[in-house]
Design a protein around this ligand. Structure first.
Ligand SMILES: NC(=O)C1=CN([C@@H]2O[C@H](COP(=O)(O)OP(=O)(O)OC[C@H]3O[C@@H](n4cnc5c(N)ncnc54)[C@H](OP(=O)(O)O)[C@@H]3O)[C@@H](O)[C@H]2O)[C@H](O)CC1
Ligand SMILES: [K+]
Length: 482
């Protein structure tokens, strides 16, 4: 907050005017979304979140609504103690207890009043973030209500995007409050900037194949297959790469698995790739994005092939067995990624929590770090884009950018969906999109594909839902252009 305030002040914007804008925005949202809420209970905290609440109350009263104040601080006589609050008397509760300055657990009278507000069944609107949700990491400090609407300012904080905080926010509205881009960068203080993984982040890089004249313009992705009894995962990734937009896709298969792969591939090509073959195959410079890991098998072979691909200057998505293979040799992988000549990170790691802990045990074990912090540190250390998977997948880049994804459904928690994601990332890399945006786009599409399918999803369904997702992106891009 302090730095945000200083920045704003440097630009001639006073804290007072920011608070005024914030309170006005909250009142405006209440007016438009809850026009029948005539009696409002306003919970007022000791800091600027409470100041926003007082301003909102003033604007609500100007609209002939009643606004009764309850609070922790003796800011002025009109504020009644929290203990006397009765939710049943009101049409709506405005929560302005704590926002970005939450520094300890919510307990005692504050917890009681928030519970009473929830039990009343009346809509709750939170200023900035539901009181009790830690804006920096989405964790619940003591207690936090699940609210209907959260009105935040300038941009979302990590706590709005990460679980469990995300589940407490209800609908999130981001109100601009008169801060410029420069001040905006600091406004999320005390948190580092983080993005919600939304189309605005990557749409300008998601040019559709309309502009591509030839299949090679959309790149050539390669997926390494495992041995004879473990080929399905690679084919799933390969189909997803093709449906994801890569111009061509080839499965590199050990000789023993060629027949079984051949029986199941149609639009996807197949090449024999034994240990000695890779260098020769890499002479085809059109092969530009690789997936190694799904069903591949853990061991030296995976390591050697991954390092060869990186050394040849190709982009690589390392997933599943590919990640686990580097468990005791992570620094070799990170060093290879560092030495890549490309200005874009060449390596994308797509771990779930277990795989992450194998490559970054110290980060996984550090309970002070949020999921965003873990992904960010890992990305810096590995010189790779890190896609830390889960219901709130975090994508991080070595330069500090981080995005939290919100698309998807609980049905994604099923076998094989990770293979599909790896293929989708490779598809975006093959199309020469910048690595961070490629990963963000792929994660978004993956979740959207699941949303399109709905309940009963299994991983095989996902690639078939991708055309609908492409159509959605095209329509977003067209709306954006107008
Ligand atoms: N530029 C912007 O982003 C703007 C944000 N605005 C609003 O300001 C708040 C943040 O205000 P801040 O004053 O920094 O913090 P809070 O209002 O959240 O509360 C801090 C005070 O509360 C005490 N505290 C913290 N946690 C607890 C708790 N669990 N129980 C009791 N008391 C608590 C804290 O005490 P300390 O001992 O830690 O100092 C503080 O006294 C932001 O969320 C927006 O709503 C402005 O509108 C301007 C623009
Ligand atoms: K709040």
């Amino acid at each position: 907050m302090q730095r945000a305030d200083q920045n704003a002040l440097r630009e001639g914007i006073s804290l007072r005017s920011l608070v005024d804008e914030a309170g006005r925005a909250v009142a405006a949202e209440i007016s438009s979304r809850f026009p029948n809420a005539k009696r409002v209970a306003v919970l007022v905290g000791p800091g600027n979140n409470g100041r926003d609440a007082l301003v909102a109350a003033r604007y609500l009263r100007e609209e002939k609504r009643s606004a009764d104040l309850f609070g922790t601080a003796n800011r002025h006589d009109e504020i009644a103690p929290l203990q006397v609050f009765h939710g049943g008397k009101y049409d709506l509760v405005l929560d302005g207890l704590w926002g970005a300055g939450l520094s300890r657990d919510v307990e005692g009278d504050a917890e009681d009043v928030l519970r009473k507000a929830e039990d009343s069944g009346r809509p709750i609107v939170s200023i900035d973030i539901p009181s009790g949700v830690d804006g920096g990491n989405g964790q619940i400090r003591g207690y936090a209500p699940k609210v209907d609407l959260t009105v935040t300012f300038v941009r979302r904080k990590p706590g709005h995007c990460l679980l469990p905080g995300r589940d407490h926010c209800g609908t999130i509205v981001v109100a601009p409050i008169g801060l410029s881009e420069t001040a905006m960068k600091e406004a999320a203080e005390p948190f580092e900037p983080v993005f919600a993984n939304e189309p605005s982040l990557w749409l300008h890089h998601a040019a559709t194949p309309l502009t591509a004249h030839h299949k090679y313009d959309r790149g050539h992705a390669v997926v390494f297959s495992g041995g004879m009894s473990r080929t399905g995962a690679a084919r799933l990734a390969a189909l997803s790469a093709l449906r994801g937009g890569a111009g061509l896709v080839t499965v590199f298969s050990p000789a023993s698995a060629l027949l079984v792969n051949a029986q199941h591939l149609t639009g996807i090509m197949l090449k024999r790739c034994e240990d000695g073959d890779l260098d020769v195959l890499l002479e085809d410079k059109r092969l530009n994005a690789f997936v190694l890991g799904p069903g591949f098998g853990i061991g030296d072979r995976a390591k050697a092939m991954a390092l060869t691909v990186l050394k040849a200057g190709r982009r690589l998505v390392l997933d599943a067995d590919g990640l686990t293979s580097f468990r005791d040799h992570a620094s070799r992988l990170f060093e290879a990624a560092r030495q890549c000549s490309d200005s874009e990170p060449q390596l994308v790691l797509t771990p779930h929590d277990g795989e992450f802990a194998r490559l970054f045990p110290d980060l996984a074990g550090d309970l002070r770090l949020s999921k965003v912090d873990r992904a960010r540190h890992a990305s810096r250390r590995s010189n790779a884009i890190v896609v830390l998977k889960g219901a709130d997948t975090v994508i991080a880049a070595p330069d500090g950018r981080a995005a939290i994804n919100a698309t998807g459904t609980p049905w994604l928690a099923t076998a094989g969906t990770g293979d599909v994601l790896a293929g989708l990332v490779a598809a975006q890399l093959a199309q020469k999109r910048p690595s961070f945006e490629a990963a963000c786009l792929a994660v978004w599409m993956h979740g959207k594909a699941a949303e399109h399918f709905g309940p009963g999803l299994i991983s095989e369904d996902l690639p078939h839902c991708l055309p609908a997702v492409h159509r959605e992106i095209v329509s977003l891009a067209m709306d954006n252009a107008h």
